[in-house]
Design a protein around this ligand. Sequence first.
Ligand SMILES: CC(C)(COP(=O)(O)OP(=O)(O)OC[C@H]1O[C@@H](n2cnc3c(N)ncnc32)[C@H](O)[C@@H]1OP(=O)(O)O)[C@@H](O)C(=O)NCCC(=O)NCCS
Length: 236
Amino acid sequence: MSQIKVERLSFRDIDSARISVENAFEEDPLCEYLRDKQTKKSGFLKGIISSLQLDARFVLAVHTKTAFTVDHGKALAIYVPAASSAGKPRPTPLKLFLQQLVKILSYTSNWLNTPEQKKKYEGKLADLVRDGVGKKVNEMVFLHGLATSPEHQGKGYGTALVKTVTDIADAEGRECYLLSSNINNTSFYNSCGFYSFKETVFGADNPTWKKDPIVVPLMVRAAKGKEPCEKSLLMG
Ligand SMILES: CC(C)(COP(=O)(O)OP(=O)(O)OC[C@H]1O[C@@H](n2cnc3c(N)ncnc32)[C@H](O)[C@@H]1OP(=O)(O)O)[C@@H](O)C(=O)NCCC(=O)NCCS
């Protein structure tokens, strides 16, 4: 693990990072659910918008120094510092612009979802976080995006990136949370100190979804030296 070099994501890594994320999430259950029942036309358009959305998120993360990578985009993690962080710098005009751009692209992408997907997706993850951790969310670090390009998985990149983000949370004495779109990642996140806290399910009451429902756990990691969260489901 010691030879794995974690660096801040830079602008020149963005192309590689987008490809890694797109390939890593190709078989992700939640992404598959959101792609379901799209027409060819909306699928194509959505693909373009999703790529633009990813690029805008990466540019924002590079600008705000909130993304880390291994091997220049082969694996990456994006995090959102706690809203209550002391000394948080005033947002620059570029940051405000990029935040609006990401919002507009997310809105457009969601507009192309089927009505059932919209109903399920809008607000459901936000509700999970609100019901799970409530106002405490403002004190927590959010591990927002983690992906390793499939051909580099299992080399320890993911563990090194999660550790980089949890080290930041530990240095500030904060809890960390994430939303896991793949239940198969639970033991990986358990090994990084995260425990399933509360969960939501997609597809269970959607008549157009023919596969197994998708469980999305809210996972929380205690601040360094503190006990695991008392409401933790302690799954996995
Ligand atoms: C989850 C993910 C980020 C883990 O990244 P990674 O770089 O493979 O992580 P590591 O190499 O540090 O692996 C950590 C452990 O998970 C296991 N693992 C996870 N994914 C694996 C894979 N595809 N192949 C082999 N092992 C894998 C490893 O065996 C390892 O266990 P070990 O320490 O007992 O050997 C990566 O599998 C991925 O990008 N998945 C698709 C996207 C995704 O699900 N992102 C998270 C959304 S919440």
